[in-house]
Design a protein around this ligand. Structure first.
Ligand code: SAH
Ligand code: SF4
Length: 383
């Protein structure tokens, strides 16, 4: 039987090593990297500057394959969602969010999540499996191809015209609980022969995996978002069970260490606002005290309700007042745009027969407006 490797599983070092085992020179790895990631090629025949003998060898042993798209949807504002089949009747989601000054892709790193945060639909459903490097970077590979195909005027198959300027690991899953697969994917995002994104345009969001934050600082110090959600251990342990293992003091110390590696940066603290739980002025003032000596910005996310959850979103005035306490203390606090209480119907349509456990996760990250999302056919491969 044909032994198959998926080239999307390899960052530059791994691809070079694999080519060496094939008796090929390192520059071949660079050529193939550029074809696969810069041009979105999956057909070795297209790789015209690669020797025919190598193309044949690759065709016999390797593939370039992302997760299959079950369905894709396009909202009126250009936000696009893809539902990806991860097997066993389950799916994860990737979301493309265009804005005037950037275009962000929100990607998933696990099917389900083991952290089990109380306010999170993904967490409530439990953990299924880690995604592989190919399945993670494959989301960017696929979305870039499809967005270029959707805007052919800008593309013309050119290497340099990128549709996606920013990536956030804020879809389904806890990225730092799948570190070994996430790291090569991050390296590919930053590699000039792959996606060439600057490290400030790639954001890892974590619920507080302290040891892995230190490893990330050493291995690949991209922008870091930390899901805080509470100003003290008693409340945080209730909302984010991982806090019992890595309490706030340790988490904030890890944030300070992270900034030592990138002193001109800041940590983004995410804070889901839950009515009557963590949204009072007192909580805000306590928060100010806790983060006083950390270079940071706050991203306040009014809770997105989901079926089965008894938690509620605070009203707009409470959100403004909470933000004002932070702002008065000199902290930058933005409220994430969350329209969309009626999107569930559309999400149901999108998920179809496949269990879509990510939809809320992707929506809260993407803040997709509440419009009905028509199902559109998945575009054909990029030219
Ligand atoms: N597991 C990582 C990244 C994915 S979650 C993490 O927790 O950071 C991305 C963000 O969405 C996190 O800040 C998470 O707390 C938030 N979130 C989860 N469920 C939410 C909900 N129902 N409403 C609003 N934000 C939510
Ligand atoms: Fe996992 Fe993040 Fe959801 Fe918590 S908020 S359960 S860490 S995906």
């Amino acid at each position: 039987m044909k032994a198959e490797v998926n080239l999307l599983d390899f960052d530059r070092a791994a691809l070079t090593a694999w080519f060496e085992t094939q008796g090929e020179k390192p520059f071949r790895a660079r050529q193939v990297l550029r074809w696969v990631h810069r041009r979105g090629a999956d057909d070795f025949e297209q790789m015209s500057d690669v020797a025919r003998s190598l193309r044949e060898k690759l065709a016999a042993q390797a593939v370039v394959r992302a997760l299959p798209v079950v369905r894709s949807g396009l909202s009126a504002d250009g936000t696009r969602k893809w539902l990806l089949d991860v097997g066993k009747g389950e799916a994860v989601e990737t979301v493309f969010i265009p804005e005037p000054d950037r275009a962000t892709l929100c990607i998933s790193t696990q099917a389900g999540c083991a952290v089990n945060c109380r306010f999170c639909a993904t967490g409530m459903q439990g953990f299924s499996r880690n995604l592989s490097t190919a399945e993670i970077i494959g989301q960017l590979w696929m979305a870039e191809r499809q967005m270029r195909a959707a805007a052919p005027a800008a593309a013309h198959g050119a290497e340099s015209t990128r549709a996606i300027s920013n990536v956030v690991l804020m879809g389904m899953g806890e990225p730092l609980q799948n570190y070994d697969a996430v790291l090569p994917a991050l390296r590919l995002m930053l590699d000039d022969d792959a996606y060439g994104l600057s490290r400030r345009r790639v954001t890892v969001s974590t619920s507080g995996m302290v040891p892995m934050m230190d490893r990330l600082a050493r291995d690949c110090p991209v922008a870091l978002a930390v899901s805080l959600h509470a100003p003290n251990d008693a409340l945080r342990s209730e909302l984010v069970p991982l806090n019992r293992k890595y309490p706030l003091g340790e988490l904030l110390a890890a944030c300070r260490r992270y900034l030592v590696h990138s002193p001109r940066d800041f940590i983004t603290f995410e804070y889901v606002l839950l009515a009557g739980v963590n949204d009072s002025d007192r909580h805000a003032r306590e928060l100010v005290q806790r983060v006083r000596d950390i270079s940071c910005k706050f991203n306040l996310i009014p809770f997105n309700p989901f079926p089965g959850s008894k938690l509620r979103r605070p009203d707009a005035q409470r959100v403004r007042d909470f933000a004002a306490v932070l702002a008065d203390a000199g902290l930058v606090a933005t409220v994430r745009r969350t329209r969309g209480d009626d999107i569930d119907a559309a999400c149901g349509q999108l998920a179809g027969a496949v269990r879509d456990r990510t939809d809320l996760a992707a929506r809260r990250a993407a803040a997709i407006p509440a419009v009905t999302i028509p199902i559109v056919p998945v575009a054909a491969s990029a030219p």
